[in-house]
Write a protein that binds this ligand. Sequence first.
Ligand code: FNR
Length: 379
Amino acid sequence: YEIYLNGLAGVLPALPTDLTRLEALAAERLAPGPFGYVAGSAGSGRTERANREALDRLRIVPRMLRDVSARDLSVEVLGRTLSAPLALGPVGVLSIVHPDAERAAARAAAAQGVPFVLSSASSTPMEDVAEAMGDAERWFQLYWAKDREVTRSFLVRAKAAGYTALFVTLDTPLLAWRPRDLDQAYLPFLKGVGTANYFTDPAFLAGLAKPVEEDLNAAVLHFVGMFADPGKTWPDLAFLRENWDGPIVLKGVQHPDDARLAADAGMDGVVVSNHGGRQVNGAIGAADALPAVARAVGDRLAVLFDSGIRTGDDVLKALALGASAVLLGRPYAYGLGLDGQAGVEHVIRCLLAEFDLTLALSGHSRPGELGPQSLQHVP
Ligand code: FNR
């Protein structure tokens, strides 16, 4: 209603209400480096396209005359009630697109009542982001460092700063072949501030021969060498389970057997995700991977979803396939780049308004009513 009323008064939204137009607008208005960092994906972009194709092949089958006058978008996730089935997913080094970076995105999430997942690779120390959020719900994403002490230190800091759940990203034991970054010889981390979350960590700093200010290159190389660990295997999860007493969610699960292994390892949830197509080129579209994972562990674990969510109907489809909530990636990074905190709030509000209307117009009043019967698969 607010948009209609503003329209009557001649006030138009600052950004498009069709969120699929944000990428083109960001391509126009952001510098090529920052735009390429957000838009880029692995290899020739096949997986990113597969994410869209998988969602586009699903069509909603609307039902009529079902009294949709009172709607409730809330869902239970990880023992908490969320006001809507949405969180902002972890996106690293947001200072690349806007100087207010993670603080602005986190404030937007807090203002709109959706959880914020802070990336390990945050350009803002996790404590400062926590302070910007007050007591709003926040989760911490872990890139599982080679150095145990750094991992332990991150977990201690995250707990002390009020992050309630840990999202461990499994799909990035190495950074993928990402031509857009490579072709631009684009090294955001060399900016130093890009990795402030590491560069303020006592365990990380203890591993440096010289202070960051004296030898930035050495610090960056130290970071690159330890930020992830291609040697990790399933039994290593015991270390995280022992050192984190809140919920642990594994992000980047795509095979039902991996989801079962997650449950067997005492995890609390999975995010079905292929990192927005940024890791394995030619991989299965995330929405094509979701039903089998939900069937395998839906009764044991929280099943979340990301990779390709752009509009309210995408959210509906993911829930109908078995997710209990979705994470948003690129769209909010574009919102941030285009209009700071207000841009991120715009994206959240448009997405949730469109979801609410699509839910109602297709004959549902609550997310829990969605299921396979809500969709038809179009070959
Ligand atoms: C990401 N993603 C990501 N994931 C993560 O676990 N830690 C991180 O630091 C980042 N950083 C990051 C940067 C950028 C620029 C993008 C676009 C993505 C992945 C992110 O959490 C999510 O899985 C994808 O963005 C979902 O795909 P879509 O919706 O953006 O296509």
